[in-house]
Design a protein around this ligand. Structure first.
Ligand code: F6P
Length: 327
């Protein structure tokens, strides 16, 4: 007998990321194209508990491919962490005749989704949406490329003032203990160094930087720092500099949530469009409990357990490139 899904739910969860709307559009239109009804769930898993649900037609996703944020809103939902909360969510799904879910989010969202799928035997497919790019099994997550470009533009501006005043800037970027944004934006903006949590456990990166003759031939410098308690972040490092190396004129810029906003790049829009189609294809192919990923420009399926549990390694070679080019 042919496997058939009649109605899916779609939600966005965790931190928003540019490209989420393009993915909502792609999932909605691909589902409708395949004769599947689409119920949009607002405010992440919370909307599934409270019943903030609306059926979408193709026109509900018109004119959103270029928009940042998520039209479905997003939330981090404590109630969904409890089995009582998930039971209510399941009852709501039945009431709404939702047979499968597409979850667009990061590792926290997929952790919840995995438990929910197992408890109630629900087909769930994830689309990676986070600027941090910290999910294992995919080269890129939605929003990462846009955030990288936003950071690069901001650093270009800071460099003007850094060089005019001959200062050392620590610029903090997001990443929730992952150094992808920091390392890649450092290369893209021609920064002198990136300080990332992945390396701090092995070496004191600030001390190394100074020891290796940092700023020998320069009178201003930019160091990109990934937010992290392990390194102390930009403020922690600047504080250390002021105490240990008072000869430097140090300033700190924390880019913050500006990195999460803005219109998605063409790359993120295309990735979102491909992943949305792939997510519906996967459901129709009876796949469940997987995240859609992209590896070497090919769509792949990654089990939730792998995507969440494995640490994605930083590219050592790129760290080498940064090091060589910063002399
Ligand atoms: O997960 C994306 C992210 O931007 C992280 O890099 C950051 O630590 C976190 O979200 C901040 O999220 P919020 O301020 O929304 O809690």
């Amino acid at each position: 007998m042919e496997y058939k899904i009649n109605c899916i739910g779609i939600l966005t969860s965790g931190g928003d990321a540019p490209g989420m709307n393009a993915a909502i559009r792609s999932v909605t239109r691909t589902a409708i194209f395949n004769g599947i009804r689409v119920k949009a769930i607002y405010r992440g898993f919370r909307g599934l508990i409270t019943g903030e649900i609306k059926e979408f037609q193709t026109q509900n996703v018109s004119n959103i491919i270029q928009k940042g944020g998520t039209i479905l809103k997003t939330a981090r939902c404590d109630e969904f962490r409890s089995s009582e909360g998930r039971k209510i969510a399941y009852e709501r799904m039945k009431e709404e005749e939702i047979e499968a879910l597409i979850v667009i989010g990061g590792d926290g969202s997929f952790t919840g989704a995995r438990i929910f799928a197992q408890e109630f035997n629900i087909p769930i497919v994830g689309i990676p949406g986070t600027i941090d790019n910290d999910l294992f099994g995919t080269d890129a997550t939605l929003g990462y490329d846009t955030a990288l470009n936003t950071i690069t533009q901001a650093v270009d501006k800071i460099r003007d003032t850094a060089s005019s005043h001959e200062r050392l800037f620590f610029i903090e970027v997001m990443g929730r203990d992952a150094g992808f944004l920091a390392l890649n934006s450092a290369v893209a903006s021609g920064a002198e160094a990136a300080i990332v949590p992945e390396l701090e456990t092995k070496v004191d990166q600030l001390a190394e930087l100074i020891k290796n003759g940092f700023r020998k031939s320069k009178n201003s410098s930019i160091v990109i720092v990934a937010e992290s308690e392990i390194t102390g972040g930009a403020n922690g490092l600047a504080e250390r500099m002021r105490i240990e190396y008072p000869e430097y004129d140090v300033r700190v810029t924390i880019l913050g949530h500006i990195q999460r906003g803005g219109s998605p790049t063409a790359y993120d829009r295309i990735l979102a469009s491909r992943m949305g189609v792939a997510a519906i294809d996967a459901l129709l192919d009876e796949q469940r409990n997987i995240m859609i990923g992209i590896v070497d420009n090919e769509i792949v399926h990654v089990p939730f357990t792998k995507a969440i549990k494995h640490d994605k390694p930083l590219d050592d070679k790129l760290m080498g490139v940064l090091h060589i080019l910063s002399i």
